[in-house]
Design a protein around this ligand. Structure first.
Ligand code: CO
Ligand code: CO
Length: 301
């Protein structure tokens, strides 16, 4: 399985019982603290493995860093943050590669295992399925506000913890039931990733009041602290959206996420079992919509 359908990762079948899932992701710092940046970048890279229904097994560091431009201690902290997340995920760090670059970048290449029949793709949701999300939205807006020093320390802390949280438990809850489709919310925002889930074959009705977000995002967005990526997402994905919503909800819909949660499609009848698995392992989740037969290819507000 390759990149045709905007899947989160590539899959290669080794035997009847085993397939490997491979992905790579790295980016420039999203927070000031290098240790936190390492944790967030690693959680983000590991997330695509979880979104495919797989379990991460090995990871390799990808590093762009200039020891001439920055204190090497910064790199050590970034790598420590990444290594701690890889360990938390139960995977092994196998080494990596670095390039001398004055713009710091960090991430991971990750390999996971999955049974070939248990692969979860981003398409496959059926009419009547519920749509679940496992992290609040608005990280792009908050990160923009943080750069302008507009967010108080407590809110910065909770944002960092959400971005650094692995999607491992959400994925475990998802594997406990018959999951029809899943993906994770990252740079294309809720609208973009939902658009890839429905393609032209199904629609989805969003319950706007149920969509979780960081409460600080409301004031930041109304004061104009929105990332450029939000407008790019809106221009590209507004074709998938039908109906109207408040300006704020539209911002949240298109806000690019860093290390966002999982989007999961399961049958309504599986919701109690999902809820049980999620409360058993401490997964937070919200039911934010329902897949519908018509209109195909549309996110209905
Ligand atoms: Co993804
Ligand atoms: Co990715």
């Amino acid at each position: 399985m390759g990149i045709e359908g905007f899947e989160d990762a590539g899959v290669y079948r080794i035997s009847e019982e085993l397939a490997i899932v491979q992905t790579v992701d790295f980016f420039t710092p999203v927070v000031d603290d290098p240790y936190d940046f390492g944790r967030i970048a690693a959680a983000n890279a590991l997330s695509d493995i979880y979104a495919m229904g797989a379990v991460p097994k090995t990871a390799m560091n990808i590093v762009c860093f200039s020891p001439k431009a920055f204190d090497i201690k910064i790199l050590k902290e970034i790598l420590k943050g990444g290594a701690d997340k890889v360990r938390e995920a139960g995977a092994s760090l196998m080494g990596g590669h670095s390039v001398d670059d004055e713009e710091i970048k960090y991430g991971l290449s990750v390999t996971g295992f999955v049974h070939p029949e248990k692969i979860v793709r981003n398409e496959g949701a059926r009419p009547g399925d519920v749509l679940i999300i496992t992290k609040p939205l608005g990280t792009g807006i908050l990160n923009t506000g943080i750069k302008a020093d507009m967010v108080e320390a407590g809110a910065v802390r909770s944002l960092i913890e959400v971005m650094a949280t692995l999607n491992d438990r959400g994925a475990e809850a998802m594997r406990a039931v018959n999951t029809h489709a899943a993906t994770d919310v990252t740079g294309f925002g809720l609208a973009g990733h939902l658009c890839e889930m429905i393609k032209e074959s199904i629609g989805v009705k969003l319950f706007a009041e149920e969509v979780p977000y960081f409460k600080e995002a409301v004031e930041l967005a109304s004061s104009g602290f929105v990332p450029g990526g939000l407008y790019r997402n809106r221009d590209f994905y507004k074709r998938c959206v039908a109906g109207t919503a408040s300006t704020f909800f539209t911002d949240i819909l298109f806000d690019p996420q860093t290390s966002g949660g999982l989007l999961i499609a399961i049958g309504k009848e599986d919701l109690p079992a999902f809820r049980k698995a999620a409360s058993g392992n401490g997964t937070t989740f919200w039911v934010i919509g329902e897949f519908v037969e018509e209109p195909k290819g549309k996110i209905v507000l």
